[in-house]
Design a protein around this ligand. Sequence first.
Ligand code: GLU
Length: 421
Amino acid sequence: MAGQTYNPYDNVLKVMDDAAALLGYSSSDIEALKYPERELKVAIPVVMDDGTTRVFEGYRIQHSTSRGPAKGGVRFHPAVNLDEVKALAAWMTFKCAVVNIPYGGGKGGVVCNPTELSERELRAITRRFTAAIAPLIGPDQDIPAPDVGSNAAVMGWMMDTYSMLKGHCVHGVVTGKPIELGGALGRNEATGRGVMFTTKNIMKKLGMEFKGTDVAVQGMGNVGSITAKLLDEEGMKVVAVSDVSGGIYKKEGLNIPAILKFLGADRKNLLKDYEEEGMTRISNSELLELDVTVLIPAALENQINASNVDRIRAKVIVEAANGPTAAEADPILKEKNIVVVPDILANAGGVVVSYFEWVQNIQSVSWTEAEVNEKLKNIMDPSFEAVWNIAQEKNTTLRMGAYLIAVERVVKAKKARAIWP
Ligand code: GLU
């Protein structure tokens, strides 16, 4: 990853400042948004399977609660750090605002490598982390969810730990839970499904064919794999995919069902061991630079930056990851006429269905998967339309369009509440 000085939180501030300037806001209007409301750093001691004790570092950050309780995932990854979690929390604030669900933004993270941990070790980290951040979370305060490296099982342990501490069952404290614990049908696929809706929407707006069009997907985690699956099912030609072990490319289109079957539901297998007739092996950076119509970064932040933006050849980029494009690359992509659908819009499907899960939990009702998917579309499509329209009207990028809507909603809520005391 290029750019040693890359600081994701500075990226957020830059985009927010640009949006505020276009909206005609004074620095006082947005000053408070530059500082996360709460930053908690915790130490997580765990007895490992070999009997030694290790201490992991964890964070929970609430960027804003102006529009509602903080909402956002928990990332388990070796590269987690304070600035990353701050940025991820702020992106959640703007994501929830752009799709107009009643939440602020938060995020958590633990510096660890889940692929090197046993299930017992991962559960111990999860439980101790949950206990450490328990004073901050709750259905009305801050609601964690899965992110990179965490999943439904982790959410089940978080829900159980919190419930044990409270002495009663609290379903609504986390979303993305196992279905048996009040998880929403459709939540596991929701981010990928939202990316699929968004890809259809942008192709239609640009007058481009969706069916048969070539697309490359970087990342085979929950978001990347389900995005590739749904785009393939809907008729796009997925020509390249990648994971931590590297990528594969096939001009005629890869066999996505076979790849997903090979990787397995828990994705314990890696693409480096996958074989398909006619495919070639590529690196993750080669995937980003492929001559494809649509590129979907669905891995980590800072993938498209000053070091490679000149070599990006896709016509459309749909950001399934959070922050895959560094702020410095945006004006260059614009100059190159590459259309970027920003993360806070394109990947909002996950948190939208998290919202549906929370709504079902607090009312003790459950919706069918078809209802969930339909309600998701009914939020994703108009949100896309609104972002498209404002970007056209202001002659700006879709990212700026999304931030104009989001920043305005957050600032209006802040003003309506006024600064306490
Ligand atoms: N981690 C996901 C995101 O970045 C989902 C967050 C949530 O559902 O609260 O949007």
